[in-house]
Each structure stands twice: as C-alpha cells, then as structure tokens.
Design a binder for this molecule. Structure first.
Ligand SMILES: Nc1ncnc2c1ncn2[C@@H]1O[C@H](COP(=O)(O)OP(=O)(O)O)[C@@H](O)[C@H]1O
Ligand SMILES: [Mg+2]
Length: 584
C-alpha cells in the first residue's frame, strides 16, 4: 500500500534525491525492483542510459490504483511513521525517487496490466498495458528538456561505465536475485542466483586484474553485529583501492575508517601501493544504523563502529598472519591500547617487525600492462606463518612508551567539527577539516604516494592553457600530478597523488581552466585534491580516525593550515577556572 508521509516525517528526511546522471536513475530503479521482493531483475540501457533505462522485475507489482501515487513526491509504501525510519529494511524510504526522475525525463511504469506515463512532470492517464509479472519502469530522454543539465552528461560510454558500476555494486548485496544487464541490446552481464562467495567472485571477475579462485570467506558475530568478509589472498591484488567494498545491511557505503582498517591490517602482506580485492558485509540491527545522514545514501553512521573496527582487524590479521592470540575478545579487553596502536600504524605488538613480515617478491615477466607485475614467493608465506605463530619471547610491558610520550588525551568531537584534546594544563580545540587539509598538503608535497596512471589521461587544451603549462607544469608536479605534452594543445596526465586516484577528471578540468598566476594555480589544484580527500567539517569522526589525526597534528612544527591560518584554539585550565570564579 502506498501512503502519503506526514509532513514531519517528510521534512526529517533530507530533501533532494539528486538525479544527476543516468547511473543515479539506475540506482533508484534497481533499489525499487529489489525492494519489491523480485527474484529476477533485468536492466536495459541505451546510449549510456541517456536515451533510456528500463528495469523489469518479477516482484510484487504496483496495484492499479496506486500507480499515480508512485509518481507523487513523498509517497512511499516503505515507511509510515518516524519510528519506521529507524528500523529500515528496505533500500528506499524517501518516496522521492520516481517523482524526481519523472520531473526530468519521460517515465513510464507498467504494472498490474496497466501503464502510466509522466512526461517531464506532466502526469498522463492510466492506460491498459501489457500484462507482466511484476513491474517494468522505463526512463527515456534524460534531461532532454533541461539543456543546462544535459550538457553535464558525459559520453555514452562513460555513463554506461558508471551504470555498470552501480549495477555491480548493487548486485554485491543481493546474491539471491538473478540480475541481467543489457547494454545497447546486448547481454553484458548475467549473474544467476548464487551464493555470496560466488556472487563476489563473479563481480570481482569483471576486473581484469582479478585472479580467479583466490578468495577467502570468513564470518564472525558479535551480537548485534555480524561481519562477513570475502577477500583475495595476497597473490591477487590491485594498484588502487577501487575493489575495497563495504556494505552495511546490503547497501554499499563509503567509510574511510573501515577502509583504512582493511588496508592497514592487510598492508604487511602486500607490496607497497597494492590493495586487496575486499568485500566487507556488515549486518547490524537497523536500529543502530542511520542511513539518513546523507542524501546520496553512500554514507551511513554505524553506531558500533569501534566494535566493527576491532573485529574486522582481528579477523584479517588472524587469517593472514595466523596469530590466534589476537582474538577479538583480547582486542576488546585491550581496546584502548589496541586503538592507540592502530593509530600509530605498525606498533601493535613488538614482535611484528616489517622485515619479518615483508614477503620476498619476485618479478615475473610482465604480460599485459594490466596484469599484476608481482607474485609473492610461496615460501614466504610458510616462513611467515612459522615465525608469526611463535609466541613472543618476552611479553614486553604493554606499550608503555607511547603512553609516556603521549601527553594528550582525546576527549571527543564537538559540533562534528572540532576535536577536543586535553594536554596537561590546556584544552585544545582542533578544526578537523583545516588540520586534515594541512596534513594532506604535507603528505602530498612529500610525493610519497604518487600513483602512476595505467592509461595516461589525454586531454586537449586551448592556446592559453597550453602556453601556461609549457612554462608552469612543474607546479603541478610538486603535487604528484605529472603532465607530458603530446603535441600542440594536447597533453596527457601520467600520474596523480594516490588520494585522488578517482578524481582524474576533476583534476584535468581544473588544469584546463586554470591560467594566470602560478600561486593561485598551486592553491587551486590543492583545493581540488583536498576537496575530495580531506575530512570535512560536519563529518562524524570515530575515535580511531580522530586520534590518528591528532597524533599527526602534534607532529607538525606549526599548527597552521596551508593558507597560513591557525586551526587550533586553546583554553588553559587557569582561564577555565577563572571563568567560573574558582581558584586554581
Ligand atoms: N519496481 C517496483 N515494484 C513495486 N513497487 C514499486 C516499484 N517501483 C516503485 N514502486 C512503488 O512506488 C513507490 C515510490 O517509489 P520511490 O519514488 O522510489 O520511493 P521509495 O522507494 O523511497 O518508496 C514505492 O514506495 C513503491 O511502493
Ligand atoms: Mg525507491
């Protein structure tokens, strides 16, 4: 049944289901098909989804009388009250997607033997349609009536690639649903109903650097959380983080802290700059997860994040390094010291020294540029296992040194923007965004993590940018962005800082528009990089990330942001006491 939400519920749901490109339309249509309990969903995409996207499912269907409501804003069958919002089991709940899509395309829904079309916001009449099992939703001519938005669409091949990504990410969470993707009339991907492991394997197999039959599956529970991990063994890896996927209750999310936990726990088993194929499924009680904090729903707040972090790290390490003493229980008992050590990188226990862990990699003759260039020496794994399964000879007193050195205590985050730290006789407020910007700035300028691009990013410039780059391309190199001139007014970008591996397009967009003085080009480029990579004001930080950041802040010579402003504010104990008329 479709109900109209009451206005309180409606306003609590952040407005703006943004339809900005075909793949976001596809995401919504897939969500609806899956929410309808379908067991088979077919997707047909024409011209990158700009011309049309059709999603057909065999789910519950929509009753004839409800068809007009499906196009109306804030009409949903998925929640009725505010409480339902906190016990969400469906992917949709805002009741906004179809109305948003219908306002900027021609949207037709076929169900229950009827069909109803809404042409750029103008709703038609319910007509008799073909009889199908579930529902078929067809979106045509996206942004045809909104040229200002249409011009931002990219080439059909790029939009189709985004659609494919959305399709695969959605498929990860729903192995019980058979999914088919047709692009321009041809069957492109077929995923049968299968086990989770098979589903992950089929999806990773879409990536050319994936080596089949090298996946590990682990599950562990710590009520109310259940973690299910499917990941590659260290002989199969990628040069970027794009195949690290995190799903919370079957929704793909972006979670910086957990992605870092994965790369940190795994890093010793891989050569530098390599990342595993990794799928983390978190199942948590819907009451403890809040997806409503971000309209695009890729971010979500996990109330048990530190438990997940500890559990995840111990699962990976137990498996990779066979260290049974490092159980979840131990970790939780020693949570404080454990988290401190996570913050500080490799200091978890004294016996883990990088030289022991580091595999000996032998280089095989590279075949194609996309094939992984390194293979681990199998002997290493055996050797490492023996070394690591030994109990540490001397149980060193627990991490005394870092505690002695550390003269600060993390109190917490306020206004989702400031980290509060007690340092002896002072209370320090750190602006998390500016601090992280500064740290990123230093790290990027050190050029430690420059990522060569597998395929150079070729771009054309106008005459003035060409001239500017001829003289000044070195300023971008200082940030790890290496540019090479192909010919007059054509350049290629061959490397970027690893933190902006996925934002090449925006970097190029910036470079092709930035002319003028060198200093503002420098600042501008960094702003583009930081905009994507830096923690923002308003981001909720878990204590692990916060402490890692604070640690780095204390290692700075000067607590100034890249623009030279101070990002900290201090109040002394004396000032505080005075303020309330107390004698120190
Ligand atoms: N494929 C489908 N099968 C069954 N019902 C659907 C389908 N697509 C949409 N609906 C119905 O239309 C309503 C509105 O969809 P939508 O605008 O995406 O909002 P939401 O998914 O947030 O509820 C849904 O609540 C659902 O009842
Ligand atoms: Mg929906």
């Amino acid at each position: 049944m479709i109900r109209r939400l009451d206005s309180v519920v409606a306003s609590r749901i952040a407005a703006g289901e943004v339809v900005d490109k075909p793949s976001s339309v596809l995401r919504e249509l897939l969500d609806n098909a899956i929410d309808s309990q379908a067991t088979k969903v077919s997707v047909y995409i024409e011209e990158g989804g700009i011309k049309s996207i059709r999603v057909t499912d065999n789910g519950s269907g929509i009753p004839e009388e409800d068809l007009p409501l499906a196009f109306e804003r804030h009409c949903t069958s998925k929640i009725a009250t505010l409480d339902d919002l906190f016990a969400l089991r469906t992917l949709g709940f805002r009741g906004e997607a179809l109305s948003s899509i219908a306002s900027c395309s021609i949207l037709t829904i076929e169900s229950s033997g009827c069909s109803l079309c809404c042409n750029n916001g103008i709703l038609g009449e319910v007509r008799l349609g073909s009889v199908i099992e579930g529902t078929s939703v067809i979106m045509e001519d996206l942004f045809e009536n909104i040229p200002a938005r249409k011009q931002f669409l990219r080439r059909p091949t790029s939009e189709a690639a985004d659609c494919k990504k959305v399709f695969l990410e959605k498929a990860l969470g729903f192995e019980n649903v058979e999914l088919l993707l047709f692009i321009d009339g041809k069957l492109f991907i077929r995923l049968p109903k299968q086990s989770k492991l098979e589903r992950v394997q089929d999806i990773f197999a879409q990536d050319r650097s994936f080596v089949k039959s090298s996946l590990v599956e682990l599950t562990r529970e710590a009520d109310p959380i259940r973690l299910h991990l499917v990941f590659s063994t260290p002989d199969c890896y990628k040069r970027d983080r794009t195949q690290i996927k995190i799903l919370v209750n079957n929704r793909i999310v972006d979670n910086y802290a957990l992605a870092t936990a994965i790369t940190n726990a795994y890093s010793a088993a891989l050569p530098g700059g390599a990342f595993p194929f990794f799928c983390l499924f978190i199942e948590d009680s819907p009451t403890l997860v809040d997806f409503n904090i971000h309209p695009s729903k890729r971010e979500c707040k996990i109330r048990n994040q530190s438990t997940v972090y500890a559990l995840l790290t111990s699962m990976i390490r137990d498996y990779l390094y066979n260290r049974s003493e490092n159980t979840y229980k131990n970790l939780m008992e020693k949570q404080e010291s454990f988290f401190d050590s996570v913050d500080l990188g490799e200091k978890e226990t004294p016996q883990i020294q990088k030289p022991v862990y580091k595999p000996v990699y032998t280089q095989t003759t590279p075949t194609t540029p996309t094939a992984p260039a390194f293979r681990p020496d199998p002997k290493w794994f055996e050797a490492a296992k023996t070394v690591l399964s030994k109990k540490p000879e001397v149980e060193k007193p627990e991490k005394e040194k870092p505690h002695e050195e550390r003269t600060w205590r993390y109190i917490g985050q306020v206004f989702n923007t400031f980290l509060v730290v007690e340092t002896g006789e002072e209370l320090l407020f750190i602006d998390q965004h500016a601090a992280h910007e500064r740290i990123l700035y230093d790290e990027i300028r050190e050029l430690k993590d420059v990522q060569p691009l597998m395929l150079p990013y070729v771009f054309d410039t106008d005459r003035s940018t060409d001239d500017f780059l001829l003289e000044n391309s070195y300023i971008y190199r200082e940030f790890g962005v290496e540019l090479v001139r192909n010919k007059s007014m054509q350049w290629e970008m061959i490397s970027v800082p690893a933190v902006c591996r996925k934002n090449e397009e925006e970097i190029v967009k910036y470079i092709t528009t930035a002319t003028g003085d060198v200093e503002s080009a420098r600042k501008g480029l960094f702003a583009v990089i930081a905009c994507h990579a830096a923690i923002k004001a308003g981001d909720v930080l878990d204590s692990i990330t916060a402490r890692a950041l604070i640690e780095k802040v204390f290692n700075l010579d000067q607590m100034l942001c890249p623009h030279g402003r101070s990002f900290t504010f201090k109040i002394t104990k004396e000032e505080l006491y005075k303020a309330v008329g107390r004698i120190v």
